[in-house]
Design a protein around this ligand. Structure first.
Ligand SMILES: [Zn+2]
Length: 175
């Protein structure tokens, strides 16, 4: 009983420390909130991307990170059974976002507003790659400049998910 209590206290403390570290390193609150939900392997890379961009004078915001299977299905239905333009070909578990292994970013202008027509996408892509991320701007099928990801091929992630090779929080146990 006492042991369990200590274990939970340990988890809670680790969680608080992680959140505090992220809040100290990332000043944009919306970005920090999304980083907290990323796969533990992805969190430090997202922080480094934002820090290095800032060092180069680019203020980035993370607009998307972890997306649940239900959220992915809703997105997939957009432009199919629901109004709007098609935005994805990925069904649930077919996107790196579903594993917390992907982020979408946008540079902010001097008024802290997203600048989707930025001229700096190539520079942002290079920064992401320099910290160890794959960049959606390099994708051959659908070029996706705001998107960065890590991890094994998606079929391996799907297999791990099906085999329940996940940790206590539900994140896949990638090597
Ligand atoms: Zn994305």
């Amino acid at each position: 009983m006492k042991k369990d209590w200590l274990k939970y206290l340990g988890y809670a403390t680790a969680g608080i420390i992680t959140v505090k570290l992220i809040m100290n390193e990332v000043s944009d609150k919306a970005s920090a909130e999304r980083i907290k939900l990323l796969h533990p392997r992805m969190r430090p890379l997202a922080v480094r991307l934002l820090q290095e961009a800032k060092r180069q004078g680019i203020n980035l915001r993370i607009t998307a990170g972890l997306r649940t299977a239900a959220e992915q299905e809703a997105l997939y239905q957009q432009g199919r059974t629901k109004p709007g333009a098609k935005v994805t070909n990925a069904r649930p578990w077919q996107s790196y976002h579903n594993y917390g292994l992907a982020i979408d970013v946008v540079p902010l202008n001097q008024f802290n507003q997203p600048d989707w027509n930025s001229t700096k996408w190539k520079q942002i892509g290079a920064i992401g790659k320099s910290v160890g991320l794959r960049w959606g701007g390099d994708f051959k099928s659908i070029v996706d400049q705001p998107h960065f990801e890590i991890g094994p091929p998606i079929r391996d992630l799907i297999a791990m998910q099906l085999a329940k090779k996940v940790d206590a929080k539900g994140y896949v146990r990638i090597a």
